[in-house]
Design a protein around this ligand. Structure first.
Ligand SMILES: [Zn+2]
Length: 257
């Protein structure tokens, strides 16, 4: 967790970084609380600098409904954290809090994409596994348009194809005898759409407030990367390797399972 704070602080400074990582922590606690209520053993949150954080489940919930509940616990926790930051901004007028709220809402909304390993993938499992296809397309579109640049997400998507395929053949994400009921599917569907829309709205509001109050963090300047032209004429393979590393390290941690 400290390492994560340090990592983001090298880009956005300590106060922003500490608040942002605490927001991620609250998201993870949301998963932990629901898992504990369902008696599913989980690890403490594990922080991976740059990539975010996750909890490790020692076993799966007993059905898709339980998985969805644990899945939605995180974004609900994260949303609460973001709302608290927004509330602090409302009281203090400190733009930093509006900016942290924006980043917190953004990362939680990104996690609602209906595909593994994101929370959205687990949530919509209780609605319909066909939504995983939607998530897969969204991630691929994000990758092609370079909104998502982490190649790791592509690897993870490929690794989940067998799981998605089996679920589609069965027509349900349920693995055992306990099958999600119609009512549960409707409830989780409404919760999923409602939370996503809410996150989108509060994200847009906090982005506006952060910009208005001048709280949006400015990434610290780094040496200008080589231009494409000079890269093409450069004979040394080293500079090419270096360039790809720079590109990857340049991206904010949008992908947070
Ligand atoms: Zn999560």
């Amino acid at each position: 967790m400290i390492l994560s704070m340090w990592f983001y602080s090298t880009r956005y400074g300590w106060p922003f970084s500490a608040l942002f990582v605490i927001g991620i922590f609250v998201h993870e606690i949301g998963h932990v609380v629901v898992a504990a209520a369902l008696r599913v053993p989980v690890s403490a949150p594990v922080f991976i600098p740059y990539f975010g954080a996750l909890i490790l489940q020692k076993k799966l919930a007993k059905n898709a409904w339980g998985e969805a509940l644990i899945g939605i616990g995180g974004p609900i926790g994260g949303t609460i954290a973001g709302l608290i930051y927004l509330g602090i901004y409302a009281f203090t007028g400190n733009g930093l809090f509006a900016a942290v709220a924006y980043f917190t809402f953004f990362i939680n909304l990104f996690n609602m994409v209906p595909m593994f390993p994101l929370d959205g993938g687990r949530i919509v499992g209780a609605v319909s596994p066909y939504l995983w296809l939607v998530g897969m397309v969204l991630l691929l579109v994000g990758f092609v348009t370079r909104i998502i640049t982490s190649p790791l997400i592509l690897v993870i998507v490929i690794l989940t194809i067998p799981q998605v395929w089996t679920a589609l053949k069965r027509g349900t994400a349920d693995r055992g005898f306990v099958v999600t009921t119609q009512t549960q599917r409707v409830i989780m569907g409404i919760a999923y759409i409602g939370l996503s829309m809410f996150l989108f709205v509060v994200m847009a509001i906090s982005a506006y407030l952060a910009r208005e109050s001048g709280g949006m963090p400015i990434r610290r300047s780094r040496p200008k990367p080589q231009s494409v032209a000079s890269l093409q004429t450069s004979p040394a393979p080293y500079s090419v390797v270096r360039r790809s590393v720079e590109l990857e390290a340049d991206q904010p941690a949008h992908a947070r399972p």
